[in-house]
Design a binder for this molecule. Structure first.
Ligand code: GLY
Ligand code: MN
Ligand code: MN
Length: 544
């Protein structure tokens, strides 16, 4: 889907440029972006990792696998954010080893080793240039770099380390021969004596450990429910303990045991969470850019939207703006849902042909040099909110405003959730949609905030207090699908408003403020002319 979307967007971008005269600066071969993270930034992050690691330890970070799109075509490759963070390397088939202590090697020494994808002129003619050993040295500043196929016989004894720190290993890695990811992982397992554990189970234990709080145990159990019949889950005593006694005391016990039993993964998550949770100024520059690009795209779509447009057409407009500013990708599949589709939280089909007079929920964020925005706006396709739509919109807006006021150093995620629950429940009771606060979850089934960065749901602490330099979302929402037990006038109204906030010592800064939020401002923006108003394409007469 991604590849297809990319070519459609590119085609649309070219056509729209010609039809509308949208100002496009000419791009030359030398005119490539200059604002990538520097080699010094990545080296600094590796040192920060070393500073957290225990004595006599090594951290091992693999590239993500490539994944099949169709037959012999892969999805556009997306690097592992952790590997990118610590190295700047964006290709598959690589493994980085970061040592706490300097390792002696003959008459020299090292504290990091990098095994990367081999150069291959024949393959490069088809799929583009590779950085290779030399490029990784000169452009990314590493000293000890080797082709991946050298890992198997490289004289490094991983078993001698007291602690090997690594993330869950993908179990669907394919390979590119001896230097491919599959081979790198099996070499690592042999060198380190690593046991096999069900990857999905490991991933869920990690999730419980990282994101489980007394407030969200019910949501975690709901999420686990469909997997509880899998053998690995049935046999896992920690999952069984949480399911049989889902309270805060059990959560504390379960988290402590995850940390003890899966310490390699727990440490990896702990360190990367600590580091990536607080954004450096260099990262903030990129994150602000992706958020600004996304906010401008949302404002453009407000001007352009018309009832006879399709969900996918709006997607094309948003992506066109993103690409115009040089964003390489989307941080997550765009969610564009009109009417009832707006009530599906992660609706990705975007297949409705006509928006009609519905409310349209757009949760779309650009990814710029790896950093993802996460912005949602909900807009009336015909430019005017109905009274019922306005009432729900205003309630969600009020909840967001109140959470904004809490956004500063020292506040906790639970404070956000408590405040959101209070405002939304009171509002829905007043509107007659629910009778008691206990019913709120029917119409507000998700959380109000998460960290944002290289991952849309980024690494960052969810317990304890928020700190200056964190970037989080604030995203209350109310979703009332058709058939809900309430007056029909509310049916098919789905509203989420989502902004990206930089936490400061005394206050937060809304980084997505370029996209109008107040219903009055949304209507004003919708009344503006759009460059897309005159975009017209030939009819598709396939019978000709
Ligand atoms: N775009 C996914 C989310 O808001 O969390
Ligand atoms: Mn979000
Ligand atoms: Mn979102």
């Amino acid at each position: 889907m991604k590849l297809l979307n990319r070519s459609l967007v590119l085609a649309a971008a070219i056509c729209l440029g010609a039809f509308t005269g949208f100002s496009q600066t000419a791009k030359t071969a030398e005119d490539t972006p200059k604002d990538y993270l520097s080699a010094a930034f990545h080296a600094g992050r590796r040192q920060a990792l070393r500073d957290l690691m225990p004595a006599n330890s090594v951290a091992v970070i693999f590239a993500y696998p490539e994944r099949l799109f169709s037959n012999d075509v892969n999805y556009v490759y997306h690097p592992n954010p952790d590997l990118y963070y610590f190295s700047g390397y964006k290709e598959p088939d690589a493994v980085l080893l970061v040592f706490k202590d300097t390792q002696a090697a003959g008459d020299s020494s090292y504290n990091e080793l990098f095994f990367v994808r081999k150069r291959d002129p024949q393959r490069e003619q088809w799929t583009g240039k590779r950085l290779g050993v030399e490029g990784t040295k000169t452009q990314l500043g590493f000293k000890r770099v080797y082709n991946g196929d050298a890992f198997a016989n490289f004289p490094v004894d991983l078993k001698k380390f007291s602690s090997i720190i690594y993330d869950k290993l993908p179990d669907d890695a394919t390979g590119d021969g001896a230097g491919g990811l599959k081979a790198l992982i099996s070499t690592f397992k042999a060198k380190a004596g690593v046991p096999d554990v069900d990857k999905q189970l490991l991933s869920d234990l990690n999730l419980i450990n990282q994101r489980g709080t007394p407030q969200n145990i019910d949501r975690i159990l709901n999420y686990l429910k469909p997997k509880l019949n899998n053998e690995a889950y049935k046999k896992n005593e920690l999952i069984q303990l949480l399911v049989s006694k889902p309270d805060s005391a059990t959560l504390v016990t379960v988290k402590a045991k995850i940390n003890a039993d899966f310490s390699s993964m727990a440490k990896f998550t702990e360190y990367t969470t600590q580091l990536r949770g607080i954004k450096t100024p260099e990262e903030l520059d990129l994150l602000k850019k992706s958020i600004r690009i996304s906010s401008i795209a949302h404002a453009e779509v407000m001007k352009a939207v018309k009832p006879n447009m399709s969900e996918r057409e709006l997607e094309g407009i948003l992506l066109y703006v993103h690409k115009n500013y040089g964003a390489e990708d989307e941080g997550y599949p765009p969610i564009i849902g009109a009417g009832g589709n707006g009530c599906i939280l992660h609706y990705e089909e975007n297949s409705r042909m006509h928006l009609d007079n519905q409310l349209v929920l757009l949760d779309v964020g650009a990814e710029y040099h790896g950093y993802s925005a996460d912005v949602t706006r909900t807009i009336p396709a015909n430019g005017k909110f109905t009274e019922a739509q306005k009432a729900i919109y205003q309630l969600v807006y009020d909840a967001q405003e109140e959470v904004f006021k809490l956004c500063k150093q020292g506040v906790t995620y639970s404070d956000f959730e408590t405040k959101t629950g209070e405002i939304l429940a009171n509002g829905l009771i007043k509107l007659g949609l629910i009778k008691t606060a206990a019913e709120l979850r029917k119409y507000y089934p998700h959380g109000v905030s998460h960290h944002l960065g290289l991952d849309v749901h980024d690494k960052g602490a969810y317990d304890g207090e928020l700190k200056a330099g964190m970037v989080i979302t604030v995203e209350p929402g109310i979703y009332i699908p058709a058939g809900s037990p309430c007056d029909k006038k509310w049916w098919n109204i789905g509203v989420r408003i989502e902004d990206d906030i930089l936490i400061g010592v005394d206050k937060g800064t809304n980084l997505s403020a370029d996209a109008p939020r107040k219903w009055q401002d949304v209507e004003k923006m919708a009344a503006q002319p759009s460059i897309f108003d005159t975009a017209k394409f030939p009819d598709l007469d396939t019978k000709k």
